[in-house]
Ligand binder design. Structure first.
Ligand SMILES: *Cc1c(COP(=O)(O)O)cnc(C)c1O
Length: 375
């Protein structure tokens, strides 16, 4: 990543490779995008204003928002009968807003329990709908994504909710569930835009931006048109998908600066060759790291190989007492924020789109040296 000393006039940008941030969220941003934000901070789009000073209903910001939407639509291949919303509140707000927008009180929904974040979605969603946990990874210690043949779907469920990537447990779906006519809903907060996606297989996709897209707070919703008319009357207008879609996100002041930055990330992704190129790069990064872990005899992964996340590699040291020392030494070498989620412990290396392959190589070199020193 980078080392930027803001005490120097004009900023002193040292080698972008000086520091690698493996944080799970907010996560690493593309260096190029940060440079562009800095470049344009005082004068966005030659308007003489910062983007954050632009009136949100004015032409200049509208152009930015439309461009961001269009770029995202192209990147993901979002079909014409889906709307893209840029809302506020983060993914956790959607745990409640989804059921409010999709189903009446007392209705039923299927949820898959695959780890920390799906448990959160279930706990919060359960305040609004009757939840059937169609399958749970708990019995296996969250080492795997339950195969669809083991799911017990409720025939009366109004939707089926999955967490495509379990950020804290290091698990991911490498296949798409088939839920027939029941809309498939996915929390994609930690792997959105990491790989191509068959959007048409989903009813709703949502993602908080701070893992793989942009600044925290911004929340992206992609929803099929026919699901827009179901919100409960008491749903707050600013969180009502239909009301937001009809006003093009202008029910209240949108997250203007965050939308602008997400737009720059979409552009950056296009310049990288789009999502197939990102998926290939992400696959290389995670394969290299998992191979190093598996071949070490010193580090070990909890999730089984076929369900491991390309985004969040969760592992531990054979001798757990060394974890603190590992994290400290890594940090001293510019490999930052490798601590596991507080609920799971151990080590977690988040390899979002912005993490260059050189960062993964630096981590692996450090891990091998550390293992040699402590074997
Ligand atoms: C981080 C995360 C969330 C929570 O996001 P907030 O924006 O903090 O609410 C939800 N789901 C997943 C999969 C996450 O990784």
């Amino acid at each position: 990543m980078r080392c930027i000393s803001s005490s120097e006039p004009g900023y002193d940008v040292t080698s972008p490779d000086a520091v690698y941030n493996f944080a799970a969220g907010p996560g690493m941003m593309p260096h190029e995008v940060l440079l562009q934000v800095r470049e344009e901070l005082l004068d966005g789009q030659r308007s003489g204003m910062s983007v954050m000073e632009m009136p949100f209903a004015g032409e200049a910001f509208q152009a930015i928002q439309q461009q961001a939407q269009q770029d995202l639509r192209e990147l993901l291949g979002v079909p014409a009968d889906y709307r893209i919303l840029f809302l506020q509140g983060g993914a956790s707000a959607q745990f409640a807003l989804l059921p409010m927008n999709l189903l009446p009180a007392g209705a039923k929904a299927d949820y898959l329990d695959t780890g920390h974040w799906s448990r959160k979605a279930i706990a919060e969603g359960g305040r609004y709908v009757r939840i059937n946990v169609a399958a749970s990874g708990e019995a296996h210690g969250y080492r795997r994504i339950p195969a669809q043949t083991d799911w017990r779907l409720d025939p009366e469920a109004g939707y089926c909710h999955i967490t495509s990537n379990e950020t804290a447990d290091g698990l991911a779906y490498h296949w798409l569930p088939n839920t027939g006519m029941v809309p498939l809903v996915a929390d994609m907060t930690s792997d959105f835009l990491s790989r191509p996606l068959a959007v048409e297989r989903f009813g709703v996709i949502y993602a908080g931006a701070q893992k793989n897209i942009g600044p925290a707070g911004l929340t992206i919703i992609i929803i099929r048109d026919d699901l827009l008319r179901r919100a409960r009357p008491e749903t707050p207008s600013v969180f009502n998908y239909r009301v937001q879609a009809e006003s093009n996100g202008r029910v209240n002041t949108p997250l203007t600066h965050a939308i602008y930055i997400a737009g720059l990330v979409f552009r950056w992704l296009k310049r990288q060759g789009g999502l197939s190129a990102m998926a290939e790069r992400n696959r290389r990064k995670s394969a290299r790291l998992y191979d190093a872990i598996d071949g070490s005899g010193f580090y070990a992964c909890h999730p089984r190989a076929m369900d491991r996340s390309p985004m969040n590699a969760c592992f531990h040291l054979a001798d757990d007492a060394l974890t603190g020392k590992f994290l400290q030494s890594a940090s001293a070498q510019g490999l930052l924020n490798l601590q596991g989620h507080p609920a799971t412990g151990g080590v977690r290396a988040s390899l979002y789109n912005a993490m260059p392959e050189a960062g993964v190589d630096a981590l692996i070199a450090f891990m091998q040296a550390f293992a040699l020193r402590h074997a």
